[in-house]
Design a binder for this molecule. Structure first.
Ligand code: NDP
Ligand SMILES: N[C@@H](CC=O)C(=O)O
Length: 366
């Protein structure tokens, strides 16, 4: 009989990706059991509160409670309503950091503990660095901690065996790339599953072999992949972005809970992916060194325009220009793709006109 390996974890961030991950964990219980693994969710937090099992050493949040968390968060309610659903405690705002560190100190040596960052926040980096120091593992869907200062980066990667962030860098071939991320969590505990595009794993193997990596070229954004192939079919950019929104392709929300496509359309999300890859190659550069092409002008940015105004009045103003670029490219037998190019010290992300039958030109959809 195989012994079950229990892996305790704390989920930071319970929006679109966090909820999918929780649902995935619950729906894969028997699959995980066959692999001898049990993911023991001991805490879940959002930006303001955390629900924790009544005794993190011996108890976990049960699957009913996890499903309740997903319902509560998809209704955008507070986690504090959850005390009625089982043996758990709720901690608020100012108590959170101390609580994370208490649990990390308690579990990291006793059973191990994984912190899974599914937030879209740059504020998690401090806690992540501290818990890595305490011996915990970190698993990141959130790219911001790895793309902050070199000092923060160095702290997070100081124990390479304690960090996993594969699917944050390449979109998966399926509908959305949180599923391979979830599977990665299983892989992280030592089981063997194959999903997603193992770009970081492949890159690490090349680096470890001593082979030089001269160039990385890719279309790294699922959202921009979808946008570019839809405008190629003659659809206006504004309609394509709205369709992407209703299909749930880009969902990261701003502080008013409006789903804001600008993190993707600005090229920032791709630039973060590029920075993660280039830092993996050992280059000590910051975001400021990356040339980034935005699909909208600065005066339509989040500091100047609400999401609502951007979608209703800003975006339609961009339809003509992008439509003309698409037509011009098509007259040359080309298509537009949003491309990341890393070569030597040059890192650029932006629109490129490429032959329709080139590897990136042939890509369609997300
Ligand atoms: N969308 C996708 O397919 C993919 C997204 N990603 C990345 O995953 C992350 C999450 O994306 P998504 O779920 O769409 O984003 P959402 O905006 O839907 O959710 C973000 C969640 O993080 C919580 N949060 C915010 N600040 C903090 C904090 N300081 N500590 C803990 N939690 C916090 C929010 O809390 P509250 O509910 O209180 O607002 C919310 O629950 C992003 O970084 C994104 O780039 C990665 C792969 C795929
Ligand atoms: N915004 C990303 C998903 C998260 O990493 C994309 O569109 O590929």
């Amino acid at each position: 009989m195989t012994t079950m390996k229990n892996i305790p974890l704390i989920l930071m961030g319970c929006g679109g990706v966090g909820q999918q991950l929780l649902q995935h964990i619950v729906s894969c219980r028997s699959f995980h059991a066959k692999m001898g693994v049990h993911l023991r969710v001991v805490g879940i937090c959002d930006s303001k509160s955390m629900v924790v099992s009544s005794d993190v050493l011996t108890r976990e949040l049960n699957d009913n409670l996890i499903s309740q968390v997903c319902r509560v968060k998809s209704n955008r309610s507070s986690l504090s309503t959850l005390t009625a659903f089982g043996e758990c405690q709720v901690f608020m705002d100012s108590e959170l950091r101390g609580k994370f560190l208490d649990i990390a100190s308690l579990l990291s040596k006793a059973t191990g503990l994984a912190f899974v960052d599914c937030s879209a926040s740059s504020e998690t980096v401090g806690v992540l660095a501290q818990v890595v120091d305490l011996g915990c593992c970190i698993v990141l869907a959130n790219k911001k901690p790895l793309t902050s200062t070199m000092e923060d980066y160095d702290k997070l990667v100081s124990h390479p065996r304690r960090i996993r962030h594969e699917s944050t860098v390449m979109p998966a071939p399926g509908n959305c790339n949180f599923v391979p991320f979830a599977l990665k969590l299983v892989k992280f505990v030592g089981s063997s599953v194959g999903a997603g595009l193992p770009v970081i794993a492949s890159l690490n193997r090349m680096i470890l072999s001593g082979d030089p990596v001269h160039r990385i070229v890719g279309s790294l954004s699922g959202t921009l992949g979808y946008v570019m192939s839809e405008v190629e079919d003659g659809k206006p950019l504004s309609q394509v972005v709205k369709a992407a929104k209703s299909l749930g392709i880009h969902r990261t929300r701003d502080e008013t809970y409006a789903e804001d496509p600008r993190d993707d359309l600005s090229g920032m999300d791709v630039a973060r992916k590029a920075l993660i890859l280039v830092r993996l190659l050992g280059r000590r550069i910051n975001m400021g060194s990356i040339k980034i092409e935005s699909l909208y002008p600065e005066e339509m940015g989040p500091n100047a325009m609400s999401v609502k105004d951007f979608l209703s009045t800003g975006l339609p103003l961009l339809d003509k220009d992008i439509g003309e670029r698409v037509r011009k490219a098509s007259l040359n037998g080309n298509v537009l793709r949003y491309v990341c190019m890393i070569e030597g010290s040059r890192v650029e992300v932006g629109i490129q006109e490429l032959p329709k039958d080139s590897p990136l030109g042939r890509l369609r959809g997300k």
